[in-house]
Design a protein around this ligand. Structure first.
Ligand code: ZN
Ligand code: ZN
Length: 178
């Protein structure tokens, strides 16, 4: 495997800490999407990540700041739109646990709740991906007032009139978008 630019040897992180300025560019998002087809990022996205890694004994404190834009698909009209991402995070990673071998006990709930790094390498890629996923809206909307698609003819009601409109408004069951 090629060495990843997101992986750092923990032994080589200086005592004063490591400051990183990373750009998660379109290629980075494309790779992610190829590996995770369910990822809800619908087009060109770019995020700048400022990350500080500091050692606290055997634990690693990761402080990060993400700023950029993501292309998401509106859940009502399905049209891609650009949304800003702006988040700061703090994570404390503990060493281990080693991968389970046959016959070993399963992890306790408390252990599962904790974030870990494995071996002597810190891999920032899954950490950055997780922080971005945490910022994705459950119901992405291009605008609060998005009118969505006509359930009958599929017209995008934000941009085109729909010929079913009369029947729709005549129905006592006609509801708003979504
Ligand atoms: Zn929309
Ligand atoms: Zn229609």
């Amino acid at each position: 495997m090629k060495p990843s630019p997101w992986q750092f040897s923990i032994a080589r992180i200086p005592a004063a800490g490591l400051d990183l300025s990373l750009v998660l560019d379109e290629a980075w998002f494309l790779t992610w999407r190829a590996q995770d087809p369910g990822l809800e990022i619908a087009g060109p996205s770019q995020v700048k990540a400022e990350v500080r890694v500091a050692k606290h004994g055997r634990e690693l404190l990761i402080r990060g700041r993400l700023r950029g834009t993501l292309t998401l698909a509106c859940c009502r009209c399905l049209t891609p739109y650009v949304a800003p991402i702006e988040t700061d995070f703090d994570l404390l990673l503990a060493p281990g646990p080693e991968p389970l071998k046959a016959g070993e006990e399963e992890l306790t709930a408390a252990e599962l709740d904790q974030d870990f790094y494995a071996g002597d390498t810190l891999d920032l890629e899954p950490i950055l991906r997780e922080q971005i996923v945490l910022q994705l809206p459950v119901k992405p909307l291009c605008a609060e007032a998005c009118r969505g698609l006509c359930a009958r003819c599929g017209a995008n009601l934000n941009t085109e009139p729909c010929t079913c409109a009369k029947e729709r408004s005549a129905s006592p069951f006609a509801s708003g978008a979504n």
